[in-house]
Design a protein. Structure first.
Length: 113
């Protein structure tokens, strides 16, 4: 099994990713362009998040974005309201640069929604 381990800056939130990223999504929505995340999309069963993350729900109320309450790093997002949605976003910047620096970047035009 593939496993990658990451954390927020202070280590209060840890992530285990059990699949292999093939690209890194760069979203230009008003939230993502501010936090600079590189997104990998995964089935929630492929990710384990530990620690007490703080939630933020933005205007369209489609996603919950999670961040560390101590250092503020945005770690991941989950679907809000649709329990059948089998996808979450994991911020690859929480992992060693060797995992994501060579990945192709894919623009996600969240600003147009």
């Amino acid at each position: 099994m593939i496993a990658h381990y990451g954390s927020c800056h202070c280590g209060a939130i840890t992530l285990e990713l059990r699949d292999e990223p093939v690209d890194a999504g760069e979203c230009n929505c008003s939230l993502c362009r501010r936090n600079g995340a590189l997104w990998h999309y995964s089935a929630p069963k492929q990710v384990t998040v530990t620690g007490d993350a703080v939630s933020y729900v933005q205007g369209d109320r489609m996603l919950t974005t999670w961040h560390c309450g101590i250092c503020g790093d945005v770690t991941h997002w989950t679907s809000l309201g649709d329990p059948t949605y089998d996808r979450m976003g994991v911020n690859l910047r929480m992992f060693a640069p060797e995992l994501w620096t060579g990945l192709p970047r894919r623009l996600i035009d969240g600003a147009s929604f």
